[in-house]
Design a protein around this ligand. Structure first.
Ligand SMILES: [Zn+2]
Length: 154
């Protein structure tokens, strides 16, 4: 293969995983993140639904399978997946976000990868402490803790 066919950029595997255009939020889009239940402190789910009304609106509803609590339009919830790490709080919104972070931190090219990603990508905006090489092992341990906190079924 002639060299001219090679392009700079993230390795292919990473590109397949992450180099997708973020989808604009279309009517009917449903977004789900894991939050701590304000009643029992268990793992609850906050679902945001973008309506098909004009103008578009959204409704947010929290449901906790552990205690049955339901909150409409809740405020001040905190992420379920959070842990102290390197003097900061390491957090993820859910299983997919956690997987992104794991892939990224495990990649030996992570510092370089970031340079190739436009700012709109979530991992292009990671805080610096999280990608520092000297924090790598501790961050991976933190991510492993978050993984153990995932409810079964994601
Ligand atoms: Zn609860």
């Amino acid at each position: 293969m002639p060299n001219r066919l090679r392009r700079p950029g993230p390795p292919l595997r990473f590109r397949q995983l992450h180099d997708r255009e973020p989808q604009p939020l279309r009517p009917g889009t449903r977004e789900s993140i894991l939050v701590a239940c304000p009643r029992c402190d268990g793992c609850a789910r906050l679902v945001t639904l973008y309506s098909e009304d004009t103008p578009p609106s959204r409704t947010r509803r929290m449901h906790c399978p552990a205690c049955g609590a339901i909150r409409e339009e809740p405020i001040g919830l905190r992420y379920w997946l959070r842990t102290d790490c390197c003097g900061h709080v390491l957090w993820a919104t859910g299983a997919e976000h956690l997987r992104e972070l794991e892939d990224y931190v495990r990649s030996p090219l992570r510092e370089r990868l970031r340079l190739f990603l436009p700012d709109r990508y979530r991992i292009a905006r990671l805080p610096r402490w999280l990608i520092l090489a000297r924090h790598r092992d501790e961050v991976l341990r933190g991510l492993a803790r978050l993984r153990r906190m995932l409810p079964t079924g994601g």
